[in-house]
Design a protein. Structure first.
Length: 185
């Protein structure tokens, strides 16, 4: 297990796992009840080498605030309300089942878009809305997300949503830090 962040941050890189050709970076977090849950990056090996992909560790409340400003109604409607509303999401039970089995089958990171318009920052989700609602509803204070194909926007999101204003990692560099390998692919 690798602690990449100060002790005040609750996200840790738990391990690296292999499945066929795929290599997964596994993240570990705790819910408000101290239950440990796991998430993974990537879904496919090609994602590991994409130099524009970034993993950002976000503060749950800061991220929620940016998500609520999404330019898309589907995002605004999904994240509106509070824990009792989120638990009524029609797919919430799928996320509940996924996180219950996450030690053996880590849940994929949510795939996030960052929007900048007139100096205002917001975000929307390509994939992982219900997973993100589950994390919020269960009091996970910080969690990793994926910003695909846009390193600069990931750094901006990190500035506004990370617990320390700068918690973002290039997946390949994170892989190197874990394994010590020079050429993992």
């Amino acid at each position: 297990m690798i602690k990449l962040t100060p002790s005040s941050i609750g996200v840790m890189v738990d391990t690296l796992r292999y499945s066929g050709r795929d290599r997964y970076i596994i993240f570990r977090m705790k819910t408000r009840e101290q239950k440990v849950v796991y998430m993974r990056y990537p879904q496919h090996i090609e994602n590991m080498a994409n130099q524009e992909n970034m993993i950002v560790i976000v503060d749950a409340q800061k991220f929620l605030s940016l998500w609520q400003r999404s330019p898309y109604e589907v995002d605004k409607n999904t994240c509106a309300g509070d824990e009792s509303t989120w638990r009524k999401d029609y797919k919430f039970h799928h996320a509940e089942n996924g996180f219950a089995k996450s030690m053996d089958f880590p849940v994929p990171l949510a795939d996030v878009n960052v929007h900048i318009k007139d100096g205002e920052i917001s975000c929307s989700l390509n994939d992982g809305m219900t997973r993100t609602l589950w994390l919020l509803a269960n009091g996970v204070k910080e969690f990793p997300i994926l910003v695909r194909n846009h390193k600069e926007k990931a750094k901006i999101l990190s500035k506004y949503a990370s617990p320390l204003s700068s918690l973002h990692f290039e997946p390949l560099n994170l892989f190197f830090a874990i394994t010590g390998e020079k050429y993992p692919l």
